[in-house]
Design a protein around this ligand. Structure first.
Ligand code: SAM
Length: 185
């Protein structure tokens, strides 16, 4: 389904990834950040911090545009308590996404929390919603991607402000161009 027109209320989605293991999970947590960015989240908080990962993602944002950032947090409980919106925890034990979706759509700002190898049980009580994308174990990347797609719709090719390059969708092959300059016809 295409993304909602611009007149629709703008949603603010932030992601909190807890249980990251620097040195063991860099690829998985990087993919989580890239999926969050590409599918419409504004930023990802990463606990514990991993400055190298934040730097790698910043380099991708520099080339591909937007203002997404990965912010390291020492204390994920404090981050969660400071959330500006409501908190949705992705867990296979939660209520089905289809059932939770109307409530997810009623609130403009969400902090979406995803776990790592082990999830502290207190998180279930701290969240406003515990949401399952199916009730089988799979991946934080898959769960986040499906939630964002259902909540925001699938993004089109642009615009990504500040991008050095943009993709021109093709039935075959790859086409990358420099984005048009502001003010050019
Ligand atoms: N063993 C962990 C636990 O204690 O629940 C789950 C580990 S799983 C590899 C990592 C994360 O993926 C989970 O914390 C959750 O955020 C997400 N996840 C995995 N399967 C999911 C599902 N079916 N629905 C929603 N989220 C899921």
């Amino acid at each position: 389904m295409p993304r909602a027109p611009r007149s629709a209320p703008r949603r603010r989605i932030e992601v909190l990834r807890i249980g990251h293991r620097p040195g063991r999970d860099p690829r998985l947590s990087t993919h989580l950040a890239l999926a969050a960015r590409a599918l419409g989240a504004e930023r990802m908080y990463l606990s514990p911090p991993d400055p190298e990962l934040s730097q790698r993602v910043a380099e991708i944002v520099r080339r591909w545009g937007g203002s997404f950032e990965v912010i390291g947090v020492e204390d994920w409980r404090a981050r969660l308590a400071a959330a500006r919106g409501h908190v949705a925890h992705l867990t296979m034990y939660g209520e089905p996404l289809d059932r939770a979706l109307p409530r997810l759509k009623r609130t403009r700002s969400w902090l979406v929390v995803v776990g790592g190898a082990k999830v502290p049980s207190e998180l279930f009580a701290m969240a406003d919603l515990n949401v399952a994308v199916g009730h089988q174990p799979h991946s934080e990347v898959a769960a986040l991607a499906i939630l964002l797609d259902r909540l925001l719709g699938t993004p089109g090719p642009g615009p990504w402000p500040g991008a050095e390059q943009v993709i021109v969708p093709q039935p075959r092959g790859k086409k990358l161009v420099a984005p048009p300059r502001a003010g050019s016809p």
